[in-house]
Design a protein around this ligand. Structure first.
Ligand code: BES
Ligand code: ZN
Ligand code: ZN
Length: 504
């Protein structure tokens, strides 16, 4: 996909389609619409006169070549109220437009940058929405539907003082492609996307993008002492892997003073390639969806790809504990006690609370590698999906600056977060009679007690946890995106790292 930005007058736009967002209440008498009206010999005004279109959200009209307009089509797209414009809205607009247009033998598009948001913010939102909208989930359909991708997109502004958008464009493309990569990993069925295959995908990406890659096999995990991760994979014939990616900045990436950051940010993602619940087995209905239980791991791998491309001046470690959770004669049982990499013992009271076991060892591994700051993402609790639905993911942790950075990066990318309370009182629920900690509380405050469990393994480092159980999977197709894995967390994590490196 080719995405560019240019400064051109409307007469020079000659793509197959020229998409122009129109705000509610705008008229063809002034501004950009007046200029378009002039070029189209009054056709834009006729649209408004007809009463058929007025900029209301998601209304649209297509005009074909008229007057001096060189673009094949002009699409006026309702962007809603000017004051309500936000990056997510613009993303949805771009996604909807591209999904609508791609069945129409269109290969090039131009998109007008309008004024409500900063041009950089708009550019990123349009690119992300556009690229996410084009990606489909029918990975294993023999014959795909008659939708041809629109190959090129140019972001047009006709203001004489329009800023240079080349960096915003490359960041937008990197974020979008990373998110689509995470979505593809998440949509793969469990028989294809095993822990070994997830490691292979991460390795191929690392080789492509210039990251260091390691993956520990079960023998190595055993000698390291990763008893919690191994407890999860014990019931499965698919062996576990701990996947580790790292980004080492080059001297010229250091920003702003050319000085190396002492920080090592660890991104840790739950990589359960299928979660049957194990001996504490889940009900059959919707169990198939548990192939996306590696959504946090996919987001970390995706975020590492974006980081490799955008090259922030800070060291970043990506850690994905990958395993399959199945019942068998060898599986971990309720009541078993396991020793984790941190040395802490865990009473496993419910084998379906497996993500936190895998993450316990991954967090401890990151601590051992010298992480100074940690963020993890996990499809961790059904309770989170109940509390927040698919609209926002939960964020909690021990460092408000990290949490705020994630929230801000999430707002910019449409990965919206909501902070949960995190009083130490919630840790009372996971005190074990027999071991250092138990892996479930009672049913109450399940999202927060899961977070408290993870906190046990962070060794007091500044850390934040994203519970993406409700947001990692889109249950029904949206006009702007196909259903299935969303890649949620990719852009919040990558954005957080990039902003943090830039702000030092
Ligand atoms: N992977 C699930 C959580 C989940 C549920 C994610 C639904 C997405 C949609 C996790 O491993 C799990 O099963 N959690 C249990 C924890 C409980 C046993 C304390 C849950 O939420 O029921
Ligand atoms: Zn589970
Ligand atoms: Zn799970």
């Amino acid at each position: 996909m080719k995405i560019t930005a240019s400064r051109r007058s409307f007469e020079d736009v000659n793509e197959d389609v020229f998409i122009v967002p129109v705000f509610e209440g705008e008229t063809p008498d002034e501004g950009a619409l007046a200029r378009l009206n002039h070029i189209t010999d009054g056709a834009v005004a006729s649209v408004f006169d007809s009463g058929e279109f007025n900029g209301k959200r998601d209304r649209w009209v297509l005009l074909y070549k008229t007057g001096a307009l060189r673009a094949q089509r002009l699409m006026l797209y309702g962007a809603g109220r000017f004051d309500d414009a936000n990056p997510f809205g613009l993303q949805r607009l771009a996604g909807t437009a591209v999904r609508m247009l791609r069945s129409r033998a269109i290969s090039s598009a131009a998109f007008l940058l309008r004024d409500r948001l900063e041009p950089e913010t708009s550019a990123r939102a349009i690119i992300e929405g556009w690229a996410l909208g084009q990606e489909d989930t029918d990975l294993y359909k023999s014959q795909t539907e008659d939708t041809r991708p629109i190959e090129s997109l140019d972001l047009v502004s006709d203001a004489p003082d329009a800023p240079d958008l080349s960096r915003a464009v490359s960041v937008g493309i990197a974020m979008a492609e990373a998110t689509n990569f995470a979505r593809r990993l998440g949509n793969e069925p469990g028989n294809m996307m095993t822990p070994i295959e997830l490691a292979r995908q991460a390795e191929a990406m690392a080789a492509r993008e210039g990251l260091a890659f390691e993956a520990f096999d079960e023998e190595e995990l055993k000698s390291m002492g990763c008893g919690a991760l191994l407890a999860v994979s014990r019931g499965s014939d698919e062996p576990a892997r701990m996947i580790v990616l790292s980004h080492e900045p080059e001297k010229e990436d250091f920003f702003p003073q050319g000085e190396a950051s002492q920080e090592l940010i660890a991104l840790v993602g739950k990589g359960i390639t299928f979660d049957s619940g194990g001996i504490s087995i889940k009900p059959a209905a919707k169990m198939d969806e548990m192939k996306f239980d590696m959504g946090g791991g996919a987001a970390v791998i995706g975020a590492m790809q974006a980081i490799a491309r955008i090259k922030p001046g800070v060291r970043v470690l990506g850690v994905v504990p990958a395993a399959e959770n199945l019942p068998s004669g060898k599986a971990v049982k309720p009541g078993d006690v396991v020793r984790s990499l941190s040395g802490k013992t865990i009473e496993v009271l419910n084998t379906d609370a497996e993500g936190r076991l895998a993450l316990a060892d991954a967090l401890a591994y990151a601590v051992g590698r010298g992480a100074t700051h940690m963020v993890d993402a996990a499809t961790l609790t059904g309770a989170c999906a109940i509390a927040l639905g698919a609209v926002r993911a939960a964020v909690m942790g021990t460092d408000q600056r990290i949490i705020d950075g994630l929230i801000q990066a999430g707002e910019l990318s449409g990965e919206r977060l909501w902070q949960m309370p995190f009083d130490s009182k919630y840790a009372d629920f996971i005190k074990s009679d027999i071991a250092d900690v138990k892996n479930v509380g009672n049913r109450k405050a399940g999202t927060v007690t899961a977070g408290m469990f993870l906190k046990t393994f962070t060794n007091g480092l500044p850390w934040a946890h994203l519970d993406i159980a409700g947001t990692a999977w889109l249950e029904e197709e949206k006009p702007y995106m196909s259903k299935g894995a969303t890649g949620f967390g990719t852009r919040a994590m990558a954005g957080f790292v990039i902003d943090r490196a830039a702000r030092r």
